[in-house]
Design a protein around this ligand. Structure first.
Ligand code: PGU
Length: 410
């Protein structure tokens, strides 16, 4: 039988481009240089440049392994009940009236992405205004997730390159002219890729406008605890919307704040007007999930549930989380100082003003390509740097590269 060279039924398939974010890691892995540096993907690294498994996660895993009563049965379609309960408390607050009134439904999903996708599909099936407004710029996967979920994607102004800050007026104008009922995707904190968040006063104005216009907020919370180091502070945006009694959706990810990237642990919560609606919504979420992946994986959710339920483990987690957030902030200061010391042209104060894992440098795609070619520094072509991938030893190399790019490439 001839197999080589014969026609494939897939001969018409064209090669797809690499993913704009995950493809950066693919390119990095191919680079043989000893000085190569991956600042593309938003994944935390230690001062030694190594991935980090939190101590509290190791401890939880050990306890799970030692507990012979634990089995590998299927979870329910909506996932682990304790995980869902604890996840809702984490984002809405332990004393949240919405939880007490049983008008929140929370379902375990495949990390943040899966939660967004399940929420998007639910809305495409059951919500009348099938348009979602996403900020410009936003995480590159957002438009794809929501389009494939069956929603039509539109944008609102968010970032002003001139000030390297929030285009607050533009945002309000665009939300104001959105059709009544439209869905609005909001980054709960540590906006990706810009690192620019509204102030609490601005959030309050956004809330008033969204409620006045009858828009439906859908929060993406992928970085709770990574913005300020405090889980409660980083949930404020979500909590002011829930406190007004209105409805909203929230996608949570434990990839970053518990370092559980590859375990794919997340949750979708839908806050409804009353318990009856919440129950019916949950019954329909099951119909979205069942044909998609049937039910979610057990291991990561068991780790999270244990850490969130146990007071000592929870406290240890908050300390380790704060440690990660503080290291990132210290990288911001070190990079800023290093550019000052080199006299790099331009104002770099946004490096210390921006929030969360990323700095949106303002470097253009030619400058990024130059830094990759000449300095083996890998980052997304929009000029985003993952500060979590930096360390004290690599800051000088990055500062040299930025200095060269700014002075030599227009
Ligand atoms: N939402 C936002 C705003 C994100 O930045 C990310 C991850 C996610 C959701 C999805 O995270 P999950 O892993 O599904 O929980 N963004 C990172 C990680 C790489 C990627 O693109 O998935 C990033 O570097 O932008």
């Amino acid at each position: 039988m001839e197999s080589q060279g014969s026609c494939s039924v897939f001969d018409h398939v064209v090669r797809a481009p690499e993913d704009p974010i995950l493809g950066v890691t693919v390119a990095y892995n191919k680079d043989q240089s000893p000085i190569k540096l991956n600042l593309g993907v938003g994944a935390y690294r230690t001062e030694e440049g190594k991935p980090l498994v939190l101590n509290v996660v190791r401890q939880a895993e050990q306890t799970l392994v030692n507990d012979k009563s634990r089995v590998k049965e299927y979870l329910p379609i909506v996932g682990l009940a304790e995980f869902n309960k604890q996840s809702a408390k984490l984002i809405f607050g332990s004393d949240s009236p919405a939880i007490q009134e049983n008008r929140v439904t929370t379902v375990q999903c495949l990390s943040g992405t899966g939660s967004l996708r399940v929420g998007g599909e639910f809305l495409a099936w059951h919500y009348l205004e099938r348009t979602i407004y996403i900020p410009v710029p936003t995480w590159g996967n957002h438009p794809k997730v929501f389009t494939l979920a069956g929603l039509s994607v539109k944008t609102y102004r968010y970032y002003d390159p001139a000030t390297r800050g929030l285009d607050f007026q533009g945002m309000l104008e665009d939300l104001n002219s959105a059709p009544a009922g439209a869905i609005v995707l909001l980054h709960a904190c540590a906006h990706n890729p810009t690192g620019v968040d509204p102030t609490l006063e601005q959030w309050e104005q956004i809330r008033q406008l969204i409620r006045l216009k009858g828009l439906l907020p859908f929060f993406d919370s992928a970085y709770q605890g990574f913005a300020s180091g405090s889980l409660d502070s980083d949930a404020q945006s979500v909590r002011i919307f829930v406190a007004d009694g209105g409805e909203c959706l929230v996608a949570q990810s434990y990839a970053k704040n518990m370092g559980l990237y590859g375990e794919r642990v997340g949750a979708l919560s839908i806050v409804c007007k009353n318990a009856d609606v919440a129950g019916r919504v949950e019954s329909q979420l099951k119909l979205v999930i069942r044909p998609m992946y049937s039910n979610p994986p057990i291991h990561g959710a068991s780790i999270v549930a244990m850490i969130l339920r146990d007071r000592d483990m929870y406290n240890e987690w908050t300390i380790e989380l704060k440690g990660m957030a503080d290291r990132i902030i210290s990288m911001r200061h070190q990079l800023f100082e290093a550019l000052l010391a080199r006299g790099t042209p331009g104002d770099w104060s946004h490096i210390i003003k921006q929030i969360g894992m990323f700095t949106f440098t303002g470097l253009n795609s030619e400058q990024v390509a130059f830094m990759t070619r000449e300095y083996h520094i890998y980052m997304t072509s929009d000029g985003r740097i993952s500060m979590a991938g930096l360390s004290s030893t690599t800051v000088p190399h990055l500062a040299d590269a930025i200095h060269a790019a700014v002075t030599r490439v227009a």
